[in-house]
Design a protein. Structure first.
Length: 178
């Protein structure tokens, strides 16, 4: 039997794909083992509102589960460790964004895993390859393989598509050939 010619091309958003892969890896590690953390040479000072300080204080143990250690005092908190998977520089804005999301969601230490997926999704987004970043052929192939091995490879944790299919018919229509 002759093989059927391919009728589609697939476009992959490298940021969304990498974000999904990192998210799944972090979620798995959070469920099965501790996340590896790296000590920062220079702690990141946080300038927080009183409300954010309270959220941070109530959830320090949860952040530690994900590799974020908080030092300093209540009035001058500092991030002293971050998850190893955070390849790019983690700034105070990233952490403030996390605190705001936790505050908006009503997260508390009474239910530590209720909103962990949002924390993990945000961390994965910040650590993922950025749009326009160059990757080698080997890196791209590895990312595609990792993505396609996932149970849900079709969206990032925030719901954006990772893969878009363009059929031959759609391309012909766009070029006004149908």
């Amino acid at each position: 039997m002759a093989s059927r010619p391919r009728e589609s091309i697939f476009l992959i958003d490298q940021h969304a794909a990498h974000e999904r892969v990192l998210y799944e890896n972090l979620l798995y590690k959070a469920k099965s083992e501790s996340v590896h953390a790296q000590q920062l040479l220079m702690p990141i000072s946080l300038r927080l509102t009183n409300h954010e300080k309270q959220i941070l204080e109530e959830n320090k143990e949860i952040f530690a589960l994900f590799g974020f250690e908080i030092g300093g005092s209540f009035d001058s908190p500092e991030i002293t460790t971050v998850p190893v998977m955070m390849k790019s520089h983690v700034g105070s804005g990233f952490f403030t964004e996390l605190l705001d999301k936790i505050g908006d969601a009503g997260f508390s230490s009474d239910s530590p895993y209720t909103y962990k997926t949002e924390l993990i999704a945000t961390a994965a987004c910040k650590a993922a390859i950025k749009g326009g970043d160059s990757t080698t052929k080997e890196e791209a192939e590895s990312l595609i393989k990792q993505l396609l091995d996932l149970e849900n490879p079709f969206t990032c944790p925030h719901g954006r598509p990772t893969i878009i299919e363009l059929t031959k018919r759609e391309l012909e229509r766009r070029f006004k050939r149908s």
